[in-house]
Design a protein around this ligand. Sequence first.
Ligand SMILES: [Ca+2]
Ligand SMILES: [Ca+2]
Length: 385
Amino acid sequence: MRSRLVIAALLGLGFVSSTAFGAAVVYSASGADPASIVVTVDQYRTALGTLNPNVAGSFPSGRREINWDGVPDALSAPNNLPADFFNVNSPRGVVFSTPGTGFQVSSTVASGVPVRFGNINVTYPNIFQTFSPQRLFTALGSNVLDINFFVPGSNTPATTSGFGAVFTDVDLASTTSIQFFDGLGNGLGIFFVPAFNNGLSFIGVLFNAGERVARVRITNGNAPLGPATNDNPPGVDVVVMDDFIYSEPQGVVTSTPTSTVTPTSTATATPTNTAADRDADEHRGHYADQHRDSDSDQHGDSDSDQHRDSDSDLDRRNGDSNARRWRRRSSAGRRSDSFCRHARIARARSGGRRSALDPAQVEQAGTGKADRTRCRRSCGRTRRN
Ligand SMILES: [Ca+2]
Ligand SMILES: [Ca+2]
């Protein structure tokens, strides 16, 4: 069977979806040897992005892979593989679990242990082959394997946008499968692996509509490996795995506040009118004039106050300048604000006409030259003592 790219939504070949899901692109192939599936595997790799190194932490994009071939002999057949080997020993963000008894990576020729799980059943090396030599992978005591994703090297749960795997000796259609779940345990679909007796099969699924995969369940054939469990389909179909390929596991994204208005030096704020303060005043006066004028013209002063307050909040959220914040806290700033507030009140009472400002109202708040300057800026009127 030739390699093929299957678009799930269009062809529905080689998978059945048990639940509704968004867009899933399925890459699926099977054949007698690695060359039969490598084109499709490479297409899937390209879709997922650059291969990331086996280090802790999440990359913003790209993929991870496990080919089992670098696992040391001490943690390979006939010894078991720790469930968290690929999150601790070699951080790649996956931890395994199974209803069975454990996990095992097959041996190399050099180790002297029978290869391709010949240590479990002498017939297995004849039915299993590798995509990447020389090691394969299996769960023990069960044909079911769960894969949970973590930020590589941590206990922080993560999700991924796609996962694929290579299988060997898939005899039965609609039996070996990869099932996907989101972080709430909701199914994102089950996808069946195409069969090829004594050959290699691949299926990779990429969700591209925002779905996030927290867990993958792989079902290998219909029976766990065992010394008496010879492959004999349809009654007994044993299947093991080779390469895993998956999108970079990433933790839940938490939004960072765009601005945290933290008083950094209120105790040492200098109330004098520095050059920075003056610049800030200039900006504030100009800005206030623009908004007040347009608002009072259109909506009256009540709206003007509301708009000014919301603008003020917006300023804080967007990160006001320290100079402006300090000035607000300083006594000079309070006096100026008080002056301008009285000016605005006077103007409001006059119906928004600058010419009708009540000098007596304005007089209450400001006495100095600086205040008169601010009055001109914010009220548009010159006042004489
Ligand atoms: Ca391998
Ligand atoms: Ca089989």
